[in-house]
Design a binder for this molecule. Structure first.
Ligand SMILES: [Ca+2]
Ligand SMILES: [Ca+2]
Length: 99
C-alpha cells in the first residue's frame, strides 16, 4: 500500500497554500500582501511544521512571491492569491507530480 504513504505528503503540500487564508498573510491588514509579509508567513508555516517533526519535503516546491503576484506590482491581492490557490489545486488534482 504505497498510496498510504504518499497521500499525507500530498495533503500537506496542498493544505499549506490552499488553506492559508489571505488574512494570515496580510499581517498589517491593509488588504494586500507584500513580499515581506508573504515570506514571513511562509516561514512561520514551515517552522511550525518543523516543530511538529514533519520536515518539509515540499519546501523546495514552495511558491515564490512572484509566482502569485500575477500582475507584478509587488503586492498580492486577495484575487491573485485565490487564483493561484485555485490553479495549484487544479494542477495537483489533474496532473499529479510530473517532474
Ligand atoms: Ca499587508
Ligand atoms: Ca499583484
Amino acid at each position: 500500500m504505497k498510496l498510504l504513504k504518499i497521500l499525507p505528503i500530498a495533503l500537506v503540500s496542498v493544505s499549506l497554500y490552499a488553506i492559508t487564508p489571505f488574512a494570515n498573510f496580510d499581517k498589517n491588514n491593509d488588504g494586500v500582501v507584500t513580499e515581506d509579509e508573504f515570506y514571513a508567513t511562509q516561514g512561520e508555516n514551515m517552522s511550525q511544521r518543523a516543530e511538529q517533526g514533519k520536515m518539509m519535503k515540499n519546501a523546495s516546491n514552495a511558491p515564490a512571491f512572484t509566482d502569485i503576484d500575477a500582475n507584478n506590482d509587488g503586492e498580492i491581492s486577495p484575487d491573485e492569491l485565490k487564483d493561484f490557490q485555485y490553479n495549484r489545486m487544479m494542477n495537483n488534482k489533474g496532473k499529479g507530480t510530473n517532474r
